[in-house]
Ligand binder design. Structure first.
Ligand code: ADP
Ligand code: MG
Ligand code: MG
Length: 252
């Protein structure tokens, strides 16, 4: 089953250490959530895992299905089945959503095993219906002129079509109204299976009302400082982060 293992990870941006010794393991079949105050390094973690050049890994090990992640080229990581939903998805002119999805699916397949056009269209229709997306979406240029909510929905469509082994969803819930939030949650819940593991990074607990995580981790000052079950997210919603700071003797 899929496995992403992060050990003692340290990441710096422009010589400033942001991630300060982080440990986390995600297996197929599991949904984890990382919550934490703003500026604590949550997005830095996902950018570092995806190989953003600005983020320097100074220490630690990350393996994806047993292979050293940082030895893999960035496109190899995606090809091997790691999916990262960016906090700010980029616009791409001249490539339609459907073209992008089909080439992303085929990039993960051996030559000669490409998805047939018929099957692709069937799957796309089915998933767009589940995500309550208008069929015109398929033929629009990737993210161009999409509203914030449409981009998020589109990321979940990408997730469902590409079927990665491990997905990291950074603030997939930010700026969504309650209906869009439910649709995003429906998509993630639909993905739940033993061959898929997911890390949801969020500032707010509300998405976790619709996706029940197996494990919740609190990140502060570049580390995971506390882990628990879904009840931990509920306590954070009710009481904020101060009680954890007090418990651990952390100062701002
Ligand atoms: P979070 O996602 O938890 O809100 P971030 O990972 O975005 O936190 O940011 C953590 C810290 O790293 C912040 O102090 C932020 O200013 C800094 N940081 C993040 N990205 C960059 C960047 N590209 N250049 C400079 N500093 C950055
Ligand atoms: Mg932030
Ligand atoms: Mg962030």
């Amino acid at each position: 089953t899929p496995n992403l293992k992060i050990e003692n990870l340290r990441v710096s941006i422009e010589d400033k250490e942001i991630i300060k010794g982080l440990n986390l393991e995600i297996n197929g079949g599991e949904i984890h959530a990382i919550m934490g105050p703003n500026g604590t390094g949550k997005s830095t973690l996902s950018s570092a895992l995806m190989g953003h050049p600005k983020y320097e890994v100074t220490e630690g090990n990350v393996t994806f299905d047993g292979k050293d992640l940082f030895e893999m080229e960035v496109d190899e990581r995606a090809k091997a089945g790691l999916f990262l939903a960016m906090q700010y998805p980029s616009e791409v002119s001249g490539i339609t959503n459907a073209d992008f999805l089909r080439s992303a699916i085929n990039a993960r397949r051996e030559e000669g095993q490409e998805i047939s056009l018929m099957k692709f269209i069937r799957e796309l229709d089915k998933k767009m219906e589940l995500l309550e997306m208008d069929s015109s979406f398929a033929h629009r240029y990737l993210n161009e002129g999409f509203s914030g909510g449409e981009k998020k929905r589109n990321e979940i469509l990408q997730l469902m079509m590409i079927e990665p082994k491990i997905a990291i969803l950074d603030e997939i819930d930010s700026g969504l109204d309650i209906d869009a939030l439910k649709v995003v949650a429906k998509g993630v819940n639909e993905m739940r299976n033993p061959e898929f593991g997911c890390l949801i990074i969020t500032h707010y607990q509300r998405l976790l009302n619709y996706i029940t995580p197996d494990k919740v981790h609190v990140m502060m000052q570049g580390r995971i400082v506390k882990s628990g079950g879904p009840e931990l997210a509920q306590r954070l919603e009710a009481e904020g982060y101060d009680w954890i700071k007090e418990e651990l003797g952390i100062e701002d």
